[in-house]
Design a protein around this ligand. Structure first.
Ligand code: H2U
Length: 362
């Protein structure tokens, strides 16, 4: 048998995610396999800027009978079909450890980023993205007074289950810490106790020295592909400073975040010259009763999970082995970072002709 030196971009290995205490199988040799699948681009969706039958548009009447205001920037409303209600009877406590349940209360909100349905974050003005950042911080403060966890997330694109093309995100706030934040709280606390520094700040420091997985940097933020990324082009956005929650970001950090978001989402869209689908969300120190405690082990970060792999139509499936054993990826985190770094910084819709720029006219 031929013996060769281990090369992470050629040879199979498993990588550890210290934030979630789990392993990921990396199989880069599979990138060499022939591909006979679809490669064509889907046709661009033709979305009307204002459509009174779209429940997220200004002045539209939602199926619930509520009428949206003629909003000009962001617009937040209570979800008409919430997964969590803030009232209702609780389950009886059962002493049987095999049949455990517990009370779950909460609230769900929807936030429209912009009055236009035919615009997306990378094509919005920097000031408009900044007002989204401010609104996120405001929501985290408001709902965080009552709830232990405020999950802000955006599903973008039908492939990610997004039900409406209008630019928007959701907020689910709960009386309990959901699984992922709970594991991350435990892992970051343990690391802090052992090392005296937040895990993600140590990690960032090391990534900035290695540079292999860093995609973009500005004065306040670093955008990188985590060493332990699962999705092909999964990325993480980290503040350089130790920041617990969105509301702790300074004016300068908020402006720099808006700028960074526009740049990173432009690169994502340029990957396959389409509006790149993803699920993204924020993780920061828990709220509610946790506001009283010491959360120094936490570091705020955003996560982007795009499902696409080889083209605008070929997605990575998290099925068989991933469902039954553990996540697996072919493309390495370093290869993904390099691909993202090399993508143009100007949005494909803004580098072409006037027809292509129709979404960005103000
Ligand atoms: P998604 O695109 O990620 O599905 O988010 C849209 C949310 O908006 C969804 O949770 C809510 C849906 O319940 N919604 C309303 O609350 N009222 C409406 O009239 C339409 C959609």
């Amino acid at each position: 048998m031929e013996m060769s030196v281990f090369n992470p971009s050629e040879h199979q290995h498993i990588r550890y995610n210290p934030l979630k205490d789990e392993w990921i199988l990396v199989s880069p040799h599979r990138m060499k396999r022939p591909w006979k699948g679809q490669v064509e681009k889907p046709s661009e969706e033709n979305v009307a800027r204002f459509d009174q039958s779209n429940p997220l548009c200004p002045k539209a009447t939602r199926p619930s009978g509520k009428v949206n205001p003629d909003y000009e920037a962001t617009f937040v409303f209570e979800n008409d079909f919430p997964a969590l209600l803030d009232h209702g009877p609780s389950p009886d406590s059962d002493s049987d450890s095999l049949f455990k349940s517990a009370p779950a209360y909460g609230t769900c909100e929807v936030m429209c980023f912009h009055p236009w349905s035919d615009i997306t974050l990378p094509l919005m003005l920097k000031e408009e993205v900044r007002s989204v950042v401010d609104k996120w911080a405001e929501i985290n403060t408001r709902l965080g007074q009552k709830f232990q966890w405020v999950q802000i997330f955006e599903n973008k694109g039908a492939v990610m289950g997004c039900s409406n093309p209008h630019p928007h995100c959701q907020v689910w706030a709960s009386s309990f810490l959901p699984n992922d934040p709970c594991v991350k709280d435990r892992c970051q606390r343990k690391y802090y106790e052992q090392n005296g520094k937040p895990l993600l700040l140590d990690y960032l420091e090391k990534e900035l020295l290695k540079k292999e997985r860093v995609v973009l940097e500005n004065d306040c933020w670093v955008w990188l592909v985590p060493y332990w990324a699962v999705w092909p082009y999964e990325t993480m956005l980290l503040p350089r400073r130790h920041v617990l929650r969105l509301q702790d970001l300074t004016e300068e950090e908020r402006d720099a975040l808006a700028d960074m978001m526009k740049k990173l989402l432009t690169k994502y869209d340029n990957m396959f010259e389409m509006s790149f689908p993803y699920s993204m969300g924020w993780h920061g120190a828990p709220t509610g009763k946790f506001l009283e405690g010491d959360n120094s082990h936490w570091q705020l970060h955003a996560l982007y999970f795009p499902p696409l792999l080889r083209s605008a139509t070929v997605k990575k499936f998290m099925v068989g082995y991933e469902m039954l054993a553990q996540p697996q990826r072919d493309l390495t985190a370093e290869q993904a970072a390099e691909k993202l770094r090399n993508l143009p910084g100007v949005h494909y819709k803004q580098s072409g002709n006037a027809e292509n720029q129709k979404n960005t006219e103000t």
